[in-house]
Design a protein around this ligand. Structure first.
Ligand code: FMN
Length: 390
């Protein structure tokens, strides 16, 4: 997801909840970019970190030009086993204006020509396609899918909305099921899966699908993959959640200030273990990341002294802004005191965690519970669930 599933977030998600496959945010391919090599942080899992991390990574590109797509795809390791995905869903005017993203869907004939040309160049089972139902209307979907149904794609992922829908309305799982029944490629569904209840509903509505892509659901509750695997909501202490959020910020910081050092560390097996909701797991990672960023190991405790000490950690405004971006969604899966605007307005990490622990004390006093349950709350989607422009 653009702006989110970058390398540091993928590392963090792997520690939190072990998704089996992740996709890079799309890389816009132009005549001038990328040239010679892919950006260092686009997909290190396929280069320096090949085989180190347990998840599969699909690199995603956006362009309407088959030749440019091929040129960029050739910058991936030649023996790469994973597929390269073409984004045919992005609704932004920037993409559509270049006939890319969901702009490719405007003309079924041109769409079929682009996709079959790419398959012919890359070879069978190398191209994955991520598409919407159509540009202006879901009526476009049948002809679009038919036009690529027999192609040997690695994967066909369908977001069950049109470009005109944006993120409004319900995703059409019925149409995704129709695609799964005609396409030769394994068909994955995208849209509105936010937890085990919606995952079960999707399974009933679209039994032919081979997998599910989770978008906004992972921002609302990054532990969703564990929820789906275990069949139960995940619970976490406030201190562990705080350390996990701090780790998210520290990984962002290292990506900005010392990306090569971070990659080397991961290559030596660090930051690859599953932590889930375990206090010890996240404390170990926090101590290691704070040593790298601040020069000494530090673990966040619920006391004010520990929260004040955070001020000494060199977390840049950019890294902290990434935490706030995640928090803007994540808070909607937590009890109401965490949704208070003053947490969002906190100017620094120590102000934020001070408010965070005040909210958790209030929750614990009211509910008498020791842990927080991460649970997607459908009623809050209008406030916290949309993408930009919705
Ligand atoms: C902030 C944001 C960024 C996204 N970036 C991408 C992207 O780079 N590539 C892509 O194929 N889809 C992208 N999507 C679309 C999602 O993959 C997904 O298809 C869509 O959000 C519907 O699924 P959901 O209801 O699970 O969110 C993005 C969505 C959001 C909200």
């Amino acid at each position: 997801m653009e702006g989110f599933t970058t390398f540091p977030m993928r590392l963090w998600l792997n520690m939190a909840a072990r998704p089996t496959v992740m996709t890079t945010p799309f890389l816009r391919v132009t005549r001038a970019h990328p040239e010679g090599q892919l950006p260092l942080l686009f997909a290190p899992e396929l280069f320096e970190l090949r085989g180190v991390l347990p998840y599969a990574l699909t690199p995603q590109l956006i362009t309407a030009d088959s030749q440019l797509f091929l040129r960029a795809a050739q910058l991936l390791p030649p023996d790469v086993s994973s597929a390269v995905e073409l984004n045919c869903g992005c609704p932004s005017p920037n993409s559509v204006g270049r006939e890319a993203g969901s702009g490719i869907l405007r003309d079924p004939k041109a769409f079929a020509a682009i996709i079959s040309g790419m398959v012919a160049s890359l070879g069978p089972h190398r191209l994955a396609v991520k598409m919407r139902l159509g540009f202006a209307s879901a009526d476009e979907f049948g002809p679009l899918v038919q036009s690529i149904a027999t192609l040997p794609l690695a994967r066909l992922t369908v977001h069950g909305r049109t470009r005109a829908d944006g993120y409004r309305g319900k995703a059409r799982w019925d149409l995704i099921q129709q695609a799964a029944s005609v396409a030769m490629a394994p068909t994955w569904a995208s849209g509105d899966v936010c937890g085990m209840e919606t995952a079960a509903q999707l399974q009933t509505a679209a039994p032919g699908i081979a997998g599910v892509v989770i978008g906004r659901g992972l921002l609302r509750n990054p532990w969703i993959f564990e929820e789906l695997r275990s069949g139960s909501h995940q619970s976490i202490t406030a201190a562990t959640l705080a350390n996990a959020l701090l780790c998210f910020g520290l990984l962002q910081e290292l990506t900005i200030t010392a990306p090569a050092k971070l990659i080397t560390k991961v290559g030596r097996g660090h930051f690859a273990d599953f932590c889930g909701t375990s206090a010890q797991g996240w404390e170990r990672v926090t101590a290691e990341l704070t040593s790298m960023v601040g020069g000494y190991p530090f673990i966040l405790g619920t006391d004010q002294v520990s929260v004040r000490e955070l001020a000494a950690l060199p977390l840049s405004p950019t890294a902290w802004a990434r935490v706030r971006m995640l928090w803007a969604y994540l808070r909607s899966s937590l009890p109401e005191p965490f949704q208070a605007p003053r947490l969002m307005r906190a100017r620094s990490s120590s102000d934020f965690f001070s408010e965070f622990f005040a909210a958790s004390a209030s929750v614990m006093n009211t509910l008498g519970a020791e842990t927080l349950i991460l649970r997607h709350q459908l009623a809050l989607d209008d406030c916290y669930g949309g993408a930009r422009g919705t």
